[in-house]
Ligand binder design. Structure first.
Ligand code: PLP
Length: 396
């Protein structure tokens, strides 16, 4: 018996092999430096953990409304307001992580054969979710000469009558680039009169180091109507394991996404929802985010500085916690007699010879790159970059 065509269409992740290997080497006691992390290396702050304990003690352990409790929706609306966005609780759907929100968003907007524009480099999940929804991912490569950002002109050339949605991720995983307010509003101006949804993944919006991040939804009422803002507590409150993300959209779409979710998963975890209210409303939240921001900014500066001194060809990151390094100059050369033919090969050589994990970017639509996450200590950053430098130096 065959598995479904839908399941067959999903690509396996090339990154799993490397991260799994790094984990097992660590478990075996090796001094592995892993630049693979996709989450902050912080524990969830105590005040949020305390709220979760309170939820348990109070018996907040039953089903909630499928799309989230009134309390958590209210807290999210207040958080949105603080970021200049005005939404009602009826426009919010709380899900099992931002990834689940994206799944809802694609399943509720895309019909069979619809095209969804995804700027590359992209987070590897987007095209898979588009395919799952029956859509066609249209990859729009951001050009080096444009700072690895797409432009309105690029969009003009890519849009067809079949375009149903465009995905924007700002700040961007994996490239770390950040679109400025002017750049984002230029997209908004262009898209305002088009029947195209904008799926705006803003999960890293608290981690922008040089530029203010503005949601495209704030451009006008018309744009807000067709935008689905995606965010959550995973990255900004170090709550990746709690699985709380949310979307803000027009009420009709929110209702559809809520109904879909009611059949697929029901509500997200009741205790995590309760803790999320605390995350957003307690005064400690601001303090936590500002310390997270400070630590990541310092590490970003360190990464850029050291990689610069190494002469590495990088995309200078302005947000999130990733740096992409162009390794194509090594393709066709050899390390220890082995031919380097891809970013994946480089990642395998690094794990096998240097006990160090990096993410090859073939599945991010960027074959020439590896991605380094700096969600690790400064000591590990320095140790890891030292190993990388040694490796690059031995390629001939
Ligand atoms: N969007 C982007 C760009 C991400 O990098 C991630 C996680 O790595 C997510 C969404 C998913 O977040 P969550 O863990 O809340 O599902």
């Amino acid at each position: 018996m065959e598995i479904s065509k839908r399941a067959q269409g999903i690509s396996p992740s090339l990154t799993l092999e490397i991260t799994a290997k790094a984990k097992s080497m660590k478990a075996a006691g090796k001094d592995v430096v892993s630049f693979g992390a996709g989450e902050p290396d912080f524990n969830t702050p105590d005040y949020i953990v305390a709220a979760a304990k309170e939820a348990l003690d109070k018996g907040v352990t039953r089903y909630t409304a499928a799309s989230g409790t009134p309390e958590v929706k209210k807290a999210i609306c207040e958080a949105l307001k603080a970021d200049g966005m005005d939404y009602e609780p009826s426009q919010i759907v709380v899900s099992n992580g931002a990834k689940h929100c994206l799944t809802n968003a694609f399943l509720c907007t895309v019909n069979e054969g619809d095209e969804v524009i995804i700027p590359a480099p992209f987070w590897l999940t987007y095209p898979e979710l588009v395919k799952l929804a029956g859509g066609v991912p249209v990859i729009l490569k951001a050009k080096k000469e444009n700072g690895y950002k797409i432009t309105v002109d690029d969009l003009k050339k890519t849009i067809t009558p079949k375009t149903k949605a465009i995905l924007l991720c700002n700040p961007c995983n994996p490239s770390g680039i950040v679109y400025s307010k002017d750049e984002i509003f230029a997209f908004a101006k262009f898209l305002e009169d088009k029947d195209i949804y904008i799926i705006s993944d803003e999960i890293y919006n608290k981690l922008s180091y040089d530029t203010e991040v503005v949601s495209i939804s704030t451009y006008s009422e018309k744009i807000k109507e067709k935008t689905i803002v995606i965010n959550g507590v995973s990255k900004s409150y170090a709550m990746t394991g709690w699985r709380i993300g949310w979307s803000a959209s027009n009420a009709k779409l929110a209702k559809a996404m809520g109904s879909l979710q009611s059949h697929c998963t029901s509500n997200p975890n009741s205790i995590a929802q309760y803790a999320t209210v605390a995350a957003y409303t307690k005064p400690e939240g601001k303090e936590f985010i500002s310390s997270l921001y400070g630590v990541f900014k310092e590490r970003r500066d360190l990464m850029v500085d050291v990689l610069g001194k190494m002469g590495a060809d990088i995309i200078k990151p302005q947000g999130a916690f990733y740096v992409m390094v162009d390794v194509s100059r090594y393709f066709g050369k050899k390390f220890n007699g082995e031919v380097i033919d891809s970013a994946h090969k480089i990642a395998m050589l690094l794990i096998d010879n240097y006990d160090m994990a990096v993410i090859p970017c073939e599945s991010f639509g960027a074959d020439n790159f590896i991605r380094l996450s700096y969600a690790i200590s400064k000591e590990d950053i320095l140790k890891g970059l030292d190993r990388l430098n040694d490796f690059f130096g031995k390629i001939a």
